[in-house]
Design a protein around this ligand. Structure first.
Ligand code: GTP
Ligand code: ZN
Ligand code: ZN
Ligand code: ZN
Length: 272
């Protein structure tokens, strides 16, 4: 069904395709693409419901996306240390296997739910909904969703978040935005991570990475951090605090916001 990586059917949405599931009665002549459209539309419906969960409680939800190992969990640990006494923070962790990341977050005294996706290379809104119901959201201001490390598929699935943040570590090469445009177009902010390694990764030019991003017509701010060293967190923390404040204002005005989900993902996922 998915020519790219076979990731469309997940533990979260397979109930729609089996038994009495909404999409289980595949009519004669129904193509894989129309089943896929059904799945994506169910995903969007679920995502809107997830966003209502967050909005009703005044919570800002942020989806972190990047390659495996670019420093998402380290950024969360540093952010919790810096902001945990001023904001209620909870984390939804997505990985193929293990509770490792959730355990790292819980060790910081913060609520965390782990989603083990099994084979799926992205989180979907159904999986996040289960996690939301497992989390006690009382007193929470900020929910981080750490997506599965993958620079392609996570950009195509709305989870109910308000903002997307894409990390690019300096060990990955400064041309990543040019090579993975779908992911970088989805970013409301780009975090340049592990900048403490810039002296050794001397062929990584932050200005070149930013130029690749601007070539995609992105106006996302580029925020430099060295999370493991708890250094250079200023611009990231300021961005976060501004986002929390502007989300509260939006909610007071009866509004919400949906990040830039990339419809090109539909094409990628149907192989068309
Ligand atoms: N030098 C340096 N290393 C870092 C930094 N942030 C993370 N690392 C290291 O990079 C590796 C991966 O970091 P994680 O935070 O686990 O990365 P992740 O993106 O959460 O990884 P996955 O969840 O597996 O995709 C670990 O060895 C970290 O110690 C940083 O700011 N500087
Ligand atoms: Zn995929
Ligand atoms: Zn992680
Ligand atoms: Zn619900």
């Amino acid at each position: 069904m998915c020519d790219t990586c076979g990731c469309n059917i997940t533990k979260g949405n397979q109930h729609l395709l089996t038994g009495d599931g909404k999409l289980s009665r595949v009519h004669e002549g129904t193509t894989a693409v129309s089943v896929l459209r059904g799945l994506l539309s169910e995903n969007d419906h679920q995502a809107a419901h997830n966003r209502e969960h967050f909005d009703r409680r005044g919570i800002l939800a942020i989806n972190l996306m990047s390659s495996p190992g670019s420093g998402k969990t380290a950024l969360l640990e540093a952010s919790i240390d810096a902001l945990g006494d001023r904001y209620g923070i909870a984390v939804i962790e997505g990985d193929l296997e293990t509770e490792n990341d959730a355990e790292r977050i819980r060790a910081r005294g913060v609520r965390a739910v782990q989603i083990a996706t099994g084979t799926a290379c992205h989180l979907d809104a159904h999986m996040v909904h289960d996690a939301v119901h497992d989390l006690d959201l009382d007193g929470i201001d900020l929910v981080f969703i750490e997506n599965v490390g993958n620079l392609v598929c996570p950009a195509s699935f709305d989870l109910g978040q308000h903002r997307n943040v894409t990390l690019l570590s300096v060990t990955e090469g400064d041309d990543k935005p040019a090579k993975y445009p779908v992911m970088f177009r989805a970013a409301d902010a780009v975090v340049l991570s592990k900048i403490d390694l810039l002296p050794v990764m001397d062929d990584f030019e932050p200005s070149r990475a930013e130029r690749c991003l601007r070539d995609l017509a992105s106006r996302a701010p580029v925020l430099r951090v060295a999370a493991r060293k708890q250094a250079d967190l200023g611009s990231w923390l300021t961005w976060l605090e501004n986002e929390i404040a502007s989300h509260r204002k939006r909610l007071e005005a009866g509004q919400t916001i949906r990040p830039a989900i990339q419809p090109d993902g539909m094409r990628l996922h149907s192989g068309g």
